[in-house]
Design a protein around this ligand. Structure first.
Ligand code: ATR
Length: 270
């Protein structure tokens, strides 16, 4: 049986094994998928052991995405742009390849939610790895511009410089007055029940507020957006399932239907 896994640290809470087992069942694919705990400095050894034991591919999560990026021999353009790898596999010539499906997952979920991406002006909050990974796929999906706002403005500027002039940056106090149709929270503020601290005037034209985090309870950002009458607010559970589906398709050549898996996830996670 072909073996797959998710590597991370911590990894016990990961929903990926469940999601991929449901995908395998749905598509009739015979495979195993497990969670493997690995420290950053032991990841390369852990991966080699896994391959020696029949491992065909893996997902990589926090804090190993940059280590996986460094380990991969061939890196896709979108992983290059993200500076991070969340999907590993070995190609037919035996080379270790790294890809990144996080941005594809976000775009797929925004489309599922009915967001109009073509020509949209996007306000993206946060300038860490999660933010950097989604800018390229948003542009590729046709958005007109992305403004990256971050608590530490310098970090936002550094990320924006990786892209063309469609991408601008500032601190939260200097967000330009514009019609932001889509506001996406890519900060980890939700982990501490906080939200990015900016003026609600920037939500005035917002059709969809999206938090890349998810949990049993709505995040502070989602609650705040609801309070300010944003018509549609969603958390990152759909992105999680959609990035997994894109990884599954890379490994197996079959794209699973995310809808039934998302329904099961929603009843389990919430
Ligand atoms: P990730 O890989 O999840 O992006 P990261 O690289 O550590 O993690 O980045 C965390 C992001 O969340 C940063 O943009 C951080 O802002 P700073 O760069 O100013 O530190 C942001 N962040 C974390 N906690 C926050 C909070 N309470 N309010 C606003 N932004 C927060």
């Amino acid at each position: 049986v072909d073996r797959y896994a998710v590597f991370g640290n911590p990894i016990g809470h990961s929903k990926s094994p469940l999601i991929h087992r449901w995908f395998a069942e749905q598509t009739g694919q015979d495979l195993q998928y497990e969670a493997i705990l690995a420290p950053a400095d032991g990841f390369a050894d852990s991966w080699r052991d896994f391959v020696a034991a029949g491992g065909k591919g893996a997902n990589v999560t926090v804090p190993l995405k940059e280590v996986a990026f460094a380990l991969a021999q061939i890196v896709s353009e979108r992983a290059q742009q993200a500076g991070a790898v969340n999907t590993l596999y070995i190609d037919s010539s035996g080379q270790l390849c790294g890809d990144n499906t996080d941005g594809l997952g976000l775009v797929a979920d925004l489309q599922r939610l009915g967001a109009k991406l073509d020509g949209a002006k996007v306000l993206l909050l946060g300038a860490g790895g999660a933010s950097r990974g989604v800018v390229g796929p948003l542009l590729a999906a046709g958005v007109a511009s992305v403004h990256i706002a971050n608590r530490t403005a310098d970090k936002a500027m550094t990320v924006a410089k990786l892209f063309n002039s469609q991408v601008t940056a500032s601190g939260y106090g200097d967000i330009p007055t514009d019609h932001w149709q889509l506001v996406i929270n890519a900060t980890s503020s939700g982990l501490s029940q906080q939200r990015p601290d900016f003026s609600p005037e920037h939500l005035q034209s917002c059709q969809l507020a999206y938090d890349m985090m998810y949990g049993k309870e709505p995040t502070a950002f989602i609650l705040w957006c609801r309070q300010h009458q944003v018509p549609l607010c969603a958390d990152g559970i759909g992105m999680l399932v959609a990035q997994a589906a894109a990884s599954f398709a890379i490994w197996r050549g079959v794209t699973p239907d995310i809808t039934p898996v998302l329904e099961k996830m929603t009843t389990l996670v919430r």
